[in-house]
Ligand binder design. Sequence first.
Ligand SMILES: [Zn+2]
Length: 460
Amino acid sequence: MITPRTIDFSGAARLDRRVVLLLGALLAGCTTIQKDSIALVGGNVLTPDNRVLQDAVIIVRQGKIEQLVPREGFVIPRTADVVDVTGRWIIPGLIDGHVHVERWALGRYLAAGVTAVRDVHGEQDSILDLREQIGRGGLASPRIFSAGAMIDGSPATFSNATEVANATEARRAVDSRAVAGVDYIKIYTRITPDLLRPLMDEAGSFNLRVTAHLGLTDAITAARLGVSSIEHMSGVPEAAGSPDRFFAEHRASFWRGWTYFEKGWAKLDSVALNRVAVTLANAHVAVVPTLVLHDTYSRLDDSAAINNPDVRSLPDSIIRRWDLPGMVARAGWIAADFPSFRASRANQDLFIREFRAAGGRIIAGTDASNQLLVPGLSLHRELELLVQAGLTPVDAIATATINPAVLLGGDSLGLIAPGRVADLVILRENPLVDIRNTRTVDRVMVRGLLYLADSLIAAQ
Ligand SMILES: [Zn+2]
C-alpha cells in the first residue's frame, strides 16, 4: 500500500494563522490543526553551493520548497506537519538521464530515490500519455521527460523509430514530434551529417534540443552541428581516431557497429582522447556516459556479475522478458569479446576525467530497463562507477541532480533551495563519505509528497 503524506489545502490553509490557532485551542482534544505544509526537521542537507547545512529545517508547501534554514532559533509553523529526520542526509531528488521508461518500473525508480527520468525512446503515444497522467498527479511516479520515439537514418534499427532518408523527411520527423509535445529529440546511429544538418535546423525553429546516440556521425561533427548531448560517449572513438572503419561497421549492422565502437576505445591514444574531451566541453555538449551499461556488458562472461543483487531484486518475469541469451546471440558476442570490452574501460574512465577537468557537464544515466539495467538501483551503480572513474562524491551527485536539470531545462529541479520543486531524497547514511550511501534511501519526496521507501518497495 502506498501512503503518501498528503496535505489538505482546503479552508484552513487560507485562514489567518491566529484564527487557526484559536480554532485549534477550542477544538483541542477532538481534532488537530489543519496542516498546510511539511517541516522536515533535523536533517543534514546538501545545499546548492555543495555544502552541508547540518540540523536544518526544510519547509515544503504546495509541492515547493519554501524555506531551508538552520533549526536553531527557527520557530516551526504550527500548521506544519513535522517529520523528524534527525541525523538523516538529504539530497535533491535523483534524475536518471537515460532510460526507456516502462510503467511497471515507476515505483522502483521512486523507491531508489529517482524523482525524474529522461526517457530517450519508446512507444511515443503511450509514453506521452503516461507523462500526462503523471503530470495530473495521483500516481506514485517520478516525473517523466521524453523524446517520444527516436529518429534514425535508413534502415532504422528499431521498427518503432522514425526512419528518415532525406532532409525533407528529417524535418518532417521533427515537426511531428513538436506537435506531439516531446521534450527534446533523440537521434540514433544511422543519422549522417547530411541528415543531421536539416534536422538541427528544424529542431532549432521549435526550440527543441537534440540528443544523439551517434554512429555515422562522429562526436565533434555532431557538436559543431549543435547537438546538446551525447549518449553512451558515442562518436568519441570515431572523433579520436580514424572513423572510416567505425562507420563501415555501423553501416553493416547496429550490433557490429556497437561491438567495434566498444572495442575501439582500447586502441585510442590519450592525446587524441584529450583533444575530443576538451573540444566537446568547450562546445557545451553534455555527455551521458552510461558507464553502468558499458561495465555490465563487459562482464557478461561472469555469472556473479550478471546475477548481482540489483538484478535479483526484479521479478522473474522481467528477467525472462529480457532474454539475455537472445540479446547476446543477436549481438554475435562470443567469450573472447568480453575481455576486449573490459580492456576499453580504462580509456572510457580517462575520457570522463578529462571531459570533467575541461569543464564538461556529465549526466548520470543507466539505459534501464534494457537487459540487466535495473530501474532505480542501476543509477546508484552509475554513481559508484563515476566515482571510480575519478569524480568526487559531490560531483557524482551533481551528475544525477543539477546537471540533468540544466540539460532538461527544468529550472525548478536539481537543487534544494527555496522556490524549487520539492523533489528530494532522505538517506540514512552520508553519501559524501561513500557514494554507495545514496542507496540508503529512507524516504523520497516528489512534488511535495513524502513516501517511505519501504512502502514503495512493498507495493511492487
Ligand atoms: Zn538507451
